[in-house]
Write a protein that binds this ligand. Sequence first.
Ligand SMILES: C[S@@+](CC[C@H](N)C(=O)[O-])C[C@H]1O[C@@H](n2cnc3c(N)ncnc32)[C@H](O)[C@@H]1O
Length: 482
Amino acid sequence: MDANTFIPEHFIDDVKTYLPAHLDIDDFINACRRPLRKSIRVNTLKISVTEFKQYAKQKNWLLTPIPWCEEGFWLERPAAEEQNLALGNTDLHLSGAMYVQEASSMLPPIALKQSIEHTNYVLDMASAPGSKTSQLAALMNNQGVLVANELSSSRLKVLSATLKRMGVGNCALSHFDGVIFGNYMFECFDSILLDAPCSGEGTVRKDADALKNWSIDSNIEIAQVQKDLIKSAFYALKPGGTLVYSTCTLTPLENQHVCDFLLSEFGDCIIPESLSDLFPGASKATTPEGYLHVWPQTFDSEGFFIAKFKKQASSDNPNLKVKKGAFPFQQFESKKSAVFMQTLKQQFGLNTLPGILMQRDKELWLFPQEFEAVQNKIKYARLGIQLGAIHNNGVRLAHEFATAFGKQCKSNVLPLTDTQANDYFQGKDIRLADVSQNTGEVILTLCGCPIGLGKWQKNKVKNSLPRDLVQNTQLITWAQSN
Ligand SMILES: C[S@@+](CC[C@H](N)C(=O)[O-])C[C@H]1O[C@@H](n2cnc3c(N)ncnc32)[C@H](O)[C@@H]1O
């Protein structure tokens, strides 16, 4: 029990007004004071669940499957020396093999899963730090186009770093208030996730001060933002498309009432789809409308709310807008493209890249194949993957090339030991046991996952990790964790 968890009386009084009859307020309060179980999601863009389990076994990690997410596990680390070591410093995290993600936070992308599997254009309207964006990209298997938007610039940077670490290749990042999408990207998306900014009442097990400034007035204020965002999401969705609305808060003001607003505005064009069969046991959290209202005691998780809607018909938007200004990229010359692809084949045994090579000044980028239809609708903060820098004699490859495509490379791949990986993440060159005759660039891997690029230099590999990704951390090594 965490006696420091702050739960204000007036919050409890409010919860009593909407707690479902089959739940007990004391169970709720006790659950809020219990520490949260640790959970992770395996990043299948970099490693299979089977491979991950093998690594976890070597570390004596105990995994319990999360019933709604095939890639999700609750995790216990019994080794005494690991108790105070952050999961974020483990090799499996730093390599992008896993993402530390709360179990209930895996639900919204799972609610979109069916729709994503058959569609090309997906919008994540409020996406930092990127737990659900990277989950969506993995569900899309890096295919199609995933637009990830975030309003806060500091959080956008974190999002960008997350996507690089996780090897996401089909993403375009944007930096706007989400309300613009309905006007600028009217009916562009097959699937939309609106994981809305909220009062965070469900996060109190992780953050003892989450309810410190709680008030109904702030619930009402945030609900207005949520209504503006869900309206924008409705307009941005194609007829036939699917919208998932989620929050990590409990109050109906920010949940059911926001859904009521959507239906009152556009009820002729959009209908809820029940989530009662999303996974075995989902009915325990299903509301009469078919939404999931996950209480902390229901699945021993954080509190969450998830609603799913199907858009059945179009509704005119009187405020359509068109972006001004030219698109700053052009297709990479076909002759140079052929030379570049030949180099990748010779150096790494890589035969194809999934997308279109584009050039902006001296930068070489790879855009998702389907990007053209949406590329000039808004100004993006980043598009696809930066493959490298173009110079007179060819292309100097960039870090992201390795994290996104290293898995497909067949030659010039160097698996690092934990000591070498430590040096790499700290920005140091990597010492080799023997002098190597290899030349040029090399893909570095950890736990079987590509983590970046280096350059062969006889008895060492020169470190090419971008400065902003250099960490001042000590990786938890196999020796320490076994
Ligand atoms: C609940 S968090 C998103 C968490 C994220 N989906 C994830 O799973 O990692 C909500 C995010 O919305 C951003 N935000 C707040 N107001 C916004 C707005 N008007 N438009 C877009 N994003 C907004 C916040 O900065 C915050 O990062």
